[in-house]
Ligand binder design. Sequence first.
Ligand code: SAM
Length: 285
Amino acid sequence: MNLTNIGTIKEIMSQHGFSFSKNLGQNFIINPEICPKIAENGNAQHGFGILEIGTGIGVLTAELARRADKVTAIEIDTRLLPVLAETLAEFDNVKIINQDVMKADLHKIISEEFVGLRVAVCANLPYYITSPVIMKLLESRLPIESVTVMVQKEAGQRLCAEVGTREAGAITVGVNYYGTARQLFGVSRGNFMPSPNVDSAVIRIDLNSRNRLDADSEKFFFGVVKAGFSQRRKTVSNAISAQMGIPKNAIYTALKETGLPENIRIESMKMENLIDFSEKLRSMV
Ligand code: SAM
């Protein structure tokens, strides 16, 4: 079944009485070249189990299932289950879990579904929860090697930005704490049905264990990052003292010990600066 063919999609939808839900970010890929490219760049290969988030009618799921040993996909929309039973009927290595990804126990799913396999995430993400999903995947310290996802173009730029530049945000620091991100290719809005108001990009995050702090330090670090970026135009000392109630003197001392000026803004701080500063500040409060 050609799941990128508009006529086929319309036929399946009418057979099942299915209509797109804007609230669930349902924009399905209709260019046949895109899903194979995501799968090939996203570790969908022998020896891997792929966790997919948001199947739609299964266009990416099928390409993943062709290449990987197993695909387990989390899809919130119950109406898609009978559709997927038909569109993915030829595959015996696909399992659909009808849940909200934000509520799903991903550790449990991965340990039960992918025994003996290496694991990667591939998805065309629903844009209304891009950042929370990515942060959940990273923060949960799941045994996954890579996250290859289609996101809104601007979100992709932020995710792949360099920490210490204007383009970076709290999510950039999050991604760089857990791994490294790069953009693979852009996808214009005309490649989806229905066509969204924005263009997209496929990015890949490779996870590593470079910046492992202990749990308390890590919590404090992300508190600092969140506080700093919530008022990114202010100096770090103003933002952090206001948001975290830490006396300015302690912040100045921590900045000085990190070799940074008192009036620095968070968007000028490099990854090593942020970690170093956070550790120094934590030891003072
Ligand atoms: N993979 C398909 C494709 O590329 O054509 C569909 C992608 S569409 C952008 C996003 C999918 O995520 C939809 O199928 C939607 O129902 C699903 N979705 C939305 N919110 C979700 C959630 N909280 N948990 C799991 N799936 C969700």
